[in-house]
Design a protein. Structure first.
Ligand SMILES: *[C@@H]1O[C@H](CO)[C@@H](O)[C@H](O)[C@H]1NC(C)=O
Ligand SMILES: *[C@@H]1O[C@H](CO)[C@@H](O)[C@H](O)[C@H]1NC(C)=O
Ligand SMILES: *[C@@H]1O[C@H](CO)[C@@H](O)[C@H](O)[C@H]1NC(C)=O
Ligand SMILES: *[C@@H]1O[C@H](CO)[C@@H](O)[C@H](O)[C@H]1NC(C)=O
Ligand SMILES: *[C@@H]1O[C@H](CO)[C@@H](O)[C@H](O)[C@H]1NC(C)=O
Ligand SMILES: *[C@@H]1O[C@H](CO)[C@@H](O)[C@H](O)[C@H]1NC(C)=O
Ligand SMILES: *[C@@H]1O[C@H](CO)[C@@H](O)[C@H](O)[C@H]1NC(C)=O
Ligand SMILES: *[C@@H]1O[C@H](CO)[C@@H](O)[C@H](O)[C@H]1NC(C)=O
Length: 412
């Protein structure tokens, strides 16, 4: 996509020569649609000339030649549709190089009505996203990631019914998710992460083709939203979501679920842990008070990573974790778990478990015997509990809680 390539036929085809001759004879200036040329010029005018380096794509935009009928080293980063009749060519893609262009995106962008792809990633565009973006009805891919855009998502975005991929991550955008965003039925990928969005997230069930949703690192609050079952990857971390985990229980296709660093509470339900395809579950840094692990046999077999550290988990360590055959990394540190380490954990520690962090709890009793053997692959920590943990064993490094903090723990 980096280079400008005609989509319909090659420069060397007889048809092209014929067309060139015909065009040269009749309408010398109208090879590329006038509006499109004007829009491209306005895009360049919006960019600070000092940020256009000699080797950049924009520097190859030489308006003394026709954009869609220039050589392969001119007008880098655009694609055109070259019609076979003598109507004018249209720009169908702008795929800029991410080299730190500084400036504003012109509202005239909205005149490039045949655009299907607009990529401005990794630059320094600032100011608002123009509302005229809503005129680009044929867009399938819109990626503005890693810029300095401010303001909200324009309401007009909901006009982009063909949009499949929308990435506005890592900007300085704020406001809420526009209420009719669920009208974007073609969306498969949506990332708004690393911005300053806030507000409640409405019911997004209507985005029924959505595969990946990333709204992490914002200020969204309220209950977790209702989400489409099509989702495979969900990133909701680093927001202010509260309430319980229930809205996620029917997401049967989810593989990667990260809801860490919010204010979620209640039970880490067994139906979340045993979602059929989930392999990574990160519920850490919340306010969950218990974890309900039932026998994973038959379900939840793909779970490989469970991060539930830094919650308020009470009760005993869940014995049934050993029934999740693919589980290798477990972090339950910084909770209020008490009681003994289940003897069933011993075998797992010698075989499939690679990481087990149980530090900063109130566990009591002895280490599993298996841990006193030298183990190569295993890492973890059992420090800061109320265990009999010989300091020459690696996982005991850091010591245990003082006796005063452990008073009464042995009887629970
Ligand atoms: C080409 O364009 C001219 C003027 O725009 C028009 O008169 C003519 O009919 C067109 N020819 C074809 C083959 O479309
Ligand atoms: C292009 O867009 C601008 C701003 O959106 C609009 O005012 C203007 O009429 C358009 N120009 C053409 C030639 O379509
Ligand atoms: C959003 O949808 C409502 C009805 O569902 C409609 O009245 C409103 O005009 C839409 N907003 C936009 C910006 O299209
Ligand atoms: C984020 O938005 C909030 C209001 O919702 C505002 O108070 C805060 O200053 C903004 N932060 C940044 C870094 O823009
Ligand atoms: C969410 O929206 C879908 C349709 O888009 C609707 O069927 C469903 O009832 C809504 N759920 C809730 C809890 O409002
Ligand atoms: C889980 O979430 C915590 C807190 O947000 C983060 O530090 C950690 O890297 C996450 N783990 C993975 C595997 O993404
Ligand atoms: C467990 O992991 C392996 C290796 O990644 C994978 O091939 C297998 O399908 C997983 N088991 C289940 C039941 O998903
Ligand atoms: C486990 O969680 C603790 C915080 O409680 C964190 O410091 C540690 O890095 C985590 N370990 C792994 C392997 O994720």
């Amino acid at each position: 996509m980096a280079k400008k390539t005609p989509t319909k036929f090659s420069f060397f085809s007889p048809l092209y020569s014929l067309l060139t001759i015909t065009m040269t004879l009749s309408q010398i200036h109208s090879l590329t649609h006038e509006n499109d040329i004007h829009s491209l010029q306005e895009i360049v005018h919006g960019i600070d000339p000092n940020s256009i380096s000699p080797s950049s794509y924009i520097n190859s935009w030489d308006f003394t030649v026709d954009p869609c009928h220039s050589t392969g080293s001119q007008f880098l980063g655009i694609l055109c549709d070259l019609p076979l009749d003598n109507s004018s060519s249209r720009v169908t893609a702008i795929d800029l190089d991410g080299i730190g262009y500084e400036g504003f995106l012109t509202p005239v962008i909205g005149n490039l009505t045949e655009l299907t792809i607009l990529n401005l990633n990794n630059n320094k565009f600032r100011g608002p996203i123009p509302e005229t973006i809503g005129n680009l009805r044929k867009l399938t891919r819109l990626t503005f990631s890693d810029n300095f855009f401010t303001g909200g998502i324009p309401q007009e975005i909901i006009e982009l019914k063909r949009l499949e991929y929308l990435d506005l991550s890592a900007n300085r955008l704020s406001g809420t998710i526009p209420s009719n965003m669920t009208g974007l039925r073609s969306l498969t990928y949506l990332s708004l992460s690393n911005n300053n969005f806030s507000g409640r997230v409405q019911n997004l069930t209507g985005l029924w083709n959505l595969n990946t949703l990333d709204i992490s690192y914002n200020q969204f609050f309220g209950n977790l939203p209702n989400l489409p079952v099509s989702l495979r990857n969900i990133y909701l971390s680093h927001n202010i979501f509260s309430g319980d985990i229930t809205p996620l229980k029917d997401l049967i296709h989810v593989r990667w679920l990260d809801i860490s660093d919010n204010r979620l509470s209640g039970v880490i339900r067994r139906d979340i842990l045993s979602l059929r395809f989930v392999s990574h579950l990160n519920v850490s840094y919340n306010r969950f008070t218990s974890i309900n692990v039932v026998n994973g046999q038959g379900q939840g077999q793909r779970l490989r990573l469970l991060e539930a550290q830094a919650n308020n988990l009470k009760g005993h360590l869940p014995v049934n974790l050993v029934t999740f055959t693919n589980l290798t990394i477990i972090n339950l540190s910084n909770n209020q778990l008490h009681g003994p380490i289940p003897k069933e954990y011993g075998l797992k520690l010698r075989t499939t478990w690679r990481r087990l962090y149980l530090d900063h709890n109130f566990l009591t009793g002895n280490l599993p015997l298996e841990l006193t053997h030298k183990s190569t692959n295993f890492k973890g920590s059992f420090a800061n509990n109320c265990l009999n943990c010989p300091t020459n064993v690696g996982v005991c490094r850091g010591g245990q809680r003082p006796a005063t903090e452990c008073t009464g723990q042995h009887n629970l």
